[in-house]
Design a protein around this ligand. Structure first.
Ligand SMILES: Nc1nc2c(ncn2[C@@H]2O[C@H](COP(=O)(O)OP(=O)(O)O)[C@@H](O)[C@H]2O)c(=O)[nH]1
Ligand SMILES: [Mg+2]
Length: 285
């Protein structure tokens, strides 16, 4: 389950150092992001931290995400020359797909090895991502069994241990846990809405107002259906709409109950599949 980490500067540098130490042992890095937040769930310093170590991006929880948006995000990363793929860590097929992507990423190294007569060399990787991205779930999936994934706190150090996926892929059993991009208000609201950060960190009314607005703008039909809204409700300002819906759901003036219901619906996918980051906000031309 999600471990709430308070990201003090000391924790950040420890986490960063841990990833950098482990980089020595791996051929490439799997950057795990939430497909519903392909930018907001990235660590702002990852590029600097991993330097020129090869990396692929896995957009996890694709089963919960807006398919079209995820496709645009995969294109977005591939245009930058980064191999990206949408995955569901709970699916068996995922191990095979990641192995294929890894072999594409590391094709040159594998070819060099083959030239030197080194056959069947397996690739070594580590998973890096923010809390709740799904690192443990993916590692269990790749290991093909439930493993005690270490490193629930940044800075856990011990001898390297490897989880074997198949002949071709081995994963470091300590994932890199890095902080999200929470210096931006909108990013914080998005992380809260998906449940990536603890509820106590942000006021639920702000999270709900932001979420309801976003869903009405981008997923109007699903939102209206789930919240049993009428056409006329669309005329209301968001705070007035929240008051109205709270009453209609029988919560009287207990707005907290409405916030809880809305946020839970979003997190559990009952508002439909969605993506909170837009490619159009991330291309500057
Ligand atoms: N629907 C869905 N849920 C996932 C997926 N991967 C992980 N989860 C869930 O996301 C939550 C956080 O996963 P976890 O592996 O603990 O994240 P970690 O903090 O990065 O290790 C758990 O409730 C997982 O069951 C996925 O691909 N799809
Ligand atoms: Mg974990």
């Amino acid at each position: 389950m999600g471990v709430a980490i308070q990201w003090f500067p000391g924790h950040m540098s420890k986490a960063r150092r841990q990833v950098q130490e482990n980089l020595k042992y791996v051929d490439f890095v799997i950057e795990l992001v939430d497909a519903r937040l392909p930018i907001s769930s990235r660590n702002p310093m990852l590029d600097k931290i991993i330097g020129d170590k090869p990396r692929l991006i896995a957009l996890n929880k694709a089963d919960l995400a807006d398919r079209n948006a995820v496709k645009s995000w995969v294109d977005f990363f591939e245009k930058q020359g980064i191999i990206a793929l949408a995955i569901n860590s709970k699916e068996a097929h995922t191990a095979k797909r990641l192995t294929v992507a890894a072999k594409t990423l590391m094709a040159d190294k594998l070819a060099r090895n083959a030239e030197r007569g080194i056959q069947n060399s397996s690739l070594r990787t580590m998973i890096v991502g923010i809390p709740n991205a799904g690192k443990s779930t993916l590692m269990n999936r790749l290991a093909g069994k439930k493993v005690a994934v270490t490193g629930n706190k940044p800075g856990v150090t011990k001898g390297q241990q490897w989880l074997r996926t198949n002949k071709e892929l081995e994963i470091l059993d300590t994932p890199g846990i890095l902080w999200p991009k929470f210096e931006d208000d909108q990013v914080g609201l998005k992380l809260a809405l998906t449940g990536a950060i603890k509820d106590q960190l942000l006021p639920m009314d702000d999270v709900t107002i932001f979420g309801l607005q976003y869903f009405l703008e981008n997923y109007q039909e699903a939102t209206m259906k789930r919240l049993r809204m009428k056409e006329a409700d669309l005329e209301l300002e968001i705070p007035d709409l929240i008051m109205e819906l709270t009453k209609r759901f029988g919560f009287r003036d207990d707005y907290d109950r409405f916030y809880q219901m809305f946020v839970k619906d979003v997190r559990d996918g009952r508002m439909g599949e969605y993506c909170l980051d837009k490619v159009s906000d991330n291309v500057n031309d």
